[in-house]
Design a protein around this ligand. Structure first.
Ligand SMILES: [Zn+2]
Length: 388
């Protein structure tokens, strides 16, 4: 019996028909298992849970038992579709129209998962069913939500079983306009905090008997927004602080509030660590407060530190595969939000390359069928070069 092969478009369509809004598995991992098992992969389904969170299913599959070990990582969970009436094609129907595949997860990232599967089956078929090393799939159902029962636990579980990874390709939609234009080689860190100003409540007509915290809030917010955190680094753009909400919660018109809060998020580059960034922000707040404003900052725990996969042979190999298929020289980028690469980078070098991200998380999320073929060819070229 010859090893099975797969059509990326049919696979992507079938995955899109699985309603796998986090934390639901929706049949997506079943489908992947049905593809990988007959191809000779040892498939593990692992469920993780912790108090206060929904249990989430994950999948780890490996073929081969020697180095080098290349792992394809991804997620099958998707964000909710929102108002389904606004979709031109139903979000979980996997409909194709005008050479375009529609559905929630088309680019983020069931489409890329389908391309990884198809490329791997093609590669295995071409080399007699066994790789010259090992290929794994590390697929989580918990990426789009709080991401605590997904990759972070799955990769630690695999490590405990004795798995050693040499390199990883994560299939997030890295490209801006066309497949081949961008590889993500790193990500910024992310840190959330709440600035809290304490005043003294009182009647609005007797301000001398009160201490309005809004004054202090405006002063400190102004100070924190006024000066850039840095001017970027070799591989990253400038770090940035954005206030996202101002919360006083005062329902009446004649009361000076006793407390005022402002929430903010910082996306930061490799000039900072979380402790150094907190010190910088608190020093600036203290300078602006001049002992006149009573303030503190509540920092939220963060598992998103900045990282970068340094250019070298692996980056060159992936760039070469992309160039060979698309003719493009990809930009090496560190922009955008966080991804599961932040967990994988502690185990092996990781690059993110997938479909075109333009419609991710939007109504009518979609991918060109041609892009699925191109991405499959790129993944295939990566495999062929990696195991040459
Ligand atoms: Zn994603």
């Amino acid at each position: 019996m010859s090893p099975p092969t797969a059509d990326p478009t049919a696979l992507a369509r079938d995955l899109l028909r699985c309603p796998s809004v986090t934390p639901a598995e929706g049949g997506a991992l079943d489908l992947i298992e049905r593809v990988l098992k007959p191809a000779g992969f040892a498939v593990h389904r692992v469920t993780f849970a912790e108090p206060g969170t929904a249990p989430v299913e994950n999948l780890y599959a490996r073929i081969g038992d020697t180095a080098p070990h290349l792992v394809f990582a991804g997620h099958t969970d998707v964000v909710p579709p929102g108002n389904e009436a606004k979709w031109t094609h139903p979000p979980f129907a996997g409909e194709i129209a005008a050479d375009t595949l529609y559905g929630r997860g088309a680019v983020d990232m069931k489409g890329a998962v389908a391309c990884m599967l198809a490329a791997t089956l093609d590669h295995l078929a071409a080399c007699g069913g066994k790789p010259k090393g090992s290929i794994s799939f590390l697929i989580t159902g918990d990426e789009e939500s709080i991401a605590v029962n997904g990759t972070v636990k799955l990769i630690a579980w695999a490590r405990e079983r004795g798995e050693r990874f040499d390199h990883c390709i994560l299939g997030e939609p890295s490209n801006a306009a066309a497949v081949g234009d961008t590889i993500k080689i790193g990500r910024r860190g992310s840190l959330n905090g709440t600035l809290v100003i304490t005043g003294k409540q009182g009647h609005v007509a007797y301000p001398e008997r009160a201490d309005n915290p809004v004054r202090g809030l405006v002063t400190l917010m102004g100070a924190l927004m006024a000066t850039p955190l840095d001017h970027g680094s070799a591989r990253f753009g400038a770090s940035n602080l954005e206030f996202t909400s101002i919360d006083i919660g005062n329902p009446v018109v004649n009361l000076i509030p006793g407390e005022a809060r402002a929430r903010f998020n910082i996306r930061f580059n490799d000039h900072h660590s979380q402790p150094s960034l907190k010190m910088l922000i608190e020093r600036r707040a203290a300078e602006a407060a001049h002992d006149r404003v009573r303030w503190h900052i509540d920092w939220e725990p963060s598992n998103a530190d900045p990282f970068v996969t340094k250019p070298g042979p692996f980056v060159d190999l992936v760039c070469g595969a992309i160039k060979g298929v698309t003719g493009k020289k990809p930009e090496l980028s560190t922009t955008g939000g966080t991804s599961d690469a932040r967990f994988i980078k502690d185990y092996c070098p990781v690059l993110e390359f997938g479909l075109v991200g333009q419609t991710m998380h939007q109504v009518d999320e979609r991918t060109a069928i041609a892009d699925l073929a191109t991405l499959t060819a790129v993944y295939r070229a990566i495999l062929d070069r990696y195991f040459a």
